[in-house]
Design a protein around this ligand. Structure first.
Ligand code: COA
Length: 600
């Protein structure tokens, strides 16, 4: 049968009005037993309030920013019907200060301390000081004086002080997760010596006085309980030389005792048997020092556990919560980012040698003969990086063929002579190939598209700006001719000539090399047959043109001498299918074989 369990703030010792810094559940959520449902923050401890039982959250009586004290209502959990839809219980059903469950479940239900609030501790007081411990005549902590009015504390450890773990309630065997001092260290009063972490709390053990640490008796991993020796503080440290650490009144040994109840919060509010007997010094006021030392990530116990489970080093996570506290979102964001990034080693290698590909080992060439080391020209370095990126990122395929340009060459020569006679430009093969390619791009537009950076879509371009590779003394450059489809071959000859001259003279401007949709690399004036040009990313295709040579071509009856130009069409196989590329090549070959088709 479903019952309602009112969860209240457990015994949080001398402290009242502790801010709620995080609510970890919402109405309707199903919670497991011991699951953290809210986080409270004091100056020396961050504590989770766990669910006392598994169930469904019916109502929540607190919100972030509220200040709560022992017995204040936190929420109502319906237990015994975890699968049932949660009915919204009005917050009034769990009035602040009510310490009992309406119907007690198996777990201990919150009970007010017989002494009221405040005889137990939440923040750890300064480490136990044997010399000052006094159990007699302890007034309730409510009567504890504010720091300003408290009796003077031991500012420095004039007499050696044996520092022990203070009262941590019923808990024992709490692991030490950080030891922040070493023998010989000079510490300030209130400076954190060690950090403990229980299932539900992260706690600092501060120095009860300034002094020099000796006899450190504790190490990370040790499990400690109240009274465990931490170290000895001795020799009055020079306060002038000590770093300014504490901004607020220091904890003072209280004349009174404090309760025996736990420092780590029990599930829900548990029976608070706080008592002033067996008293020990209690802190009178929380110092405003950071929750932990500057080196300790500021996070609640549940977040620490969460980070540990994911293998996240909290020191590397930025906190977006109040006072820079690390939240669950921060940890998740860090993990997402880490997964999105290549490992540091791989990215470092990628910068020089590709995606994690082992670098080429360095060789001392001088051992084999004379060498001269010449720094690379800037353009060569830039184009090297660009080509490397394209080579590594693009799955290349190169489609090859040969076009019969016998008639085209005859026409080109004739037209070039006429042009020269009329004072026009020399007509090389390149402008003809460009013009044919512009026509091909109209028919096969994927060759002038680009893949979106996320690889999710294809960006089609409705313009036909074509780049051409120009060999210059400083390295390869790719100036771009705009709107090739709308220009005459003579215009293209003029523009390619001018751009090639500018490239050789180092006079190209940035804009001259931008906006291309496709590139042509012509080595025809030099020699060689087919080659495999590298796609000029983010373009998806490039045409290589090699030297045309006369070859015997079978016409069905006899071999005919024909001028054949080798063509190499490289493409990004992520975008272009092989069949598409082959059809593209077939059309190009056809157009170059019969330029009359250009006007169709
Ligand atoms: N087959 C046979 N002859 C060819 C030819 C081809 N495919 N392409 C050009 N020629 C001829 C030209 O007709 C010209 O002959 P001519 O002097 O008898 O009239 C001669 O070769 C020289 O032409 P070129 O100066 O290369 O002019 P172009 O317009 O063809 O090329 C550039 C201009 C800028 C592309 C060229 O000079 C260049 O730099 N090419 C190198 C490109 C490169 O480095 N690519 C590699 C990139 S990885």
């Amino acid at each position: 049968m479903a019952t309602e369990l009112k969860v209240t703030v457990p015994d949080i010792g001398d402290y009242q009005d502790v801010p709620v810094i995080e609510l970890l559940v919402a109405v309707g959520d199903t919670v497991d037993k011991d699951q953290a449902i809210a986080t409270l923050e004091s100056d020396k401890a961050t504590l989770d309030v766990p669910a006392p039982e598994a169930g469904v959250v019916k109502s929540i009586a607190i919100k972030v920013g509220d200040k709560v004290s022992m017995g204040d209502a936190v929420m109502v959990i319906e237990v015994g019907a975890a699968d049932a839809p949660a009915e919204k219980a009005p917050a009034e059903e769990a009035p602040a200060g009510e310490a009992e469950a309406s119907e007690k479940a198996d777990s201990p239900s919150p009970q007010p301390s017989p002494e009221g609030r405040g005889s137990s501790s939440l923040p750890l007081p300064p480490g136990e000081v044997d010399a000052t411990a006094s159990g007699e005549g302890a007034p309730p902590a409510d009567e504890t004086l504010p720091a300003e009015e408290a009796p003077p504390a031991a500012e420095t450890a004039a007499e050696p002080i044996a520092v022990t773990i203070p009262d941590i309630g019923d808990y024992s065997d709490v692991p030490v997760i950080e030891v922040l001092v070493a023998d010989g260290d000079t510490v300030e009063k209130d400076q954190t010596l060690v950090v403990l972490e229980s299932d539900k709390a992260t706690l600092d053990v501060p120095a009860p006085a300034a002094g020099v640490v000796s006899g450190l008796a504790i190490k990370v991993g040790d499990k400690v309980a109240m009274g465990t020796a931490v170290c000895v503080l001795s020799g009055a440290a020079s306060r002038a030389s000590a770093p300014e650490k504490t901004k607020s009144p220091s904890p003072q040994p209280s004349p009174g005792g404090r309760g025996s109840k736990s420092l780590p919060l029990q599930p829900g509010a548990v029976d608070a048997t706080a008592s002033g007997e067996g008293a020990r010094p209690a802190s009178a006021a929380a110092p405003e020092t950071a929750t932990a030392s500057d080196t300790i990530p500021y996070a609640s116990p549940s977040i620490r556990k969460f980070a540990r489970e994911l293998g996240v080093d909290l020191a590397k996570v930025g906190g977006s919560g109040p006072k820079g506290r690390i939240t669950q979102d921060d940890v998740q964001g860090y993990v997402k980012l880490a997964l999105a990034k290549p490992p540091a080693a791989a990215s470092a290698a990628a910068a020089t040698s590709g995606s994690g590909i082992p670098p080429i080992p360095a060789v001392d060439f001088a051992q084999f003969g004379e060498i001269e080391v010449k720094p690379l020209a800037r353009i060569r370095k830039l184009s090297a990086a660009h080509l490397h990126r394209a080579w590594l990122n693009i799955p290349h395929v190169t489609q090859t063929d040969e076009a019969d340009i016998t008639e085209l060459e005859a026409f080109r020569k004739e037209a070039s002579e006429e042009s020269a006679k009329a004072g026009g430009p020399k007509l090389t093969l390149l402008p003809f190939v460009m013009k044919a390619m512009a026509k091909v791009l109209e028919a096969y537009p994927e060759f002038r598209a680009s893949l979106s950076p996320d690889g999710e879509s294809l960006i089609h371009k409705r313009y036909t700006h074509i780049g051409f590779a120009a060999d210059t003394p400083n390295g390869l450059m790719v100036p771009v001719v705009r709107d090739v489809d709308r220009k005459s071959i003579t215009q293209l000859a003029v523009e390619t000539g001018e751009l090639a001259a500018k490239a050789r003279d180092g006079k190209l401007k940035g804009g001259d090399m931008k906006g291309g949709v496709f590139s042509i690399s012509s080595l025809g004036g030099i020699g060689g047959s087919h080659f495999t040009p590298i796609v000029n990313a983010p373009e998806v295709g490039i045409l290589g043109v090699s030297k045309a040579v006369i070859k015997p071509v079978w016409d069905g009856a006899a071999f005919q001498p024909r001028l054949m130009v080798p063509l190499s069409l490289s493409y990004d196989h992520r975008v272009i299918d092989g069949a598409y590329a082959a059809r593209t090549m077939v059309l190009l070959v056809k157009l170059l074989g019969d330029m009359r088709r250009l006007v169709l």
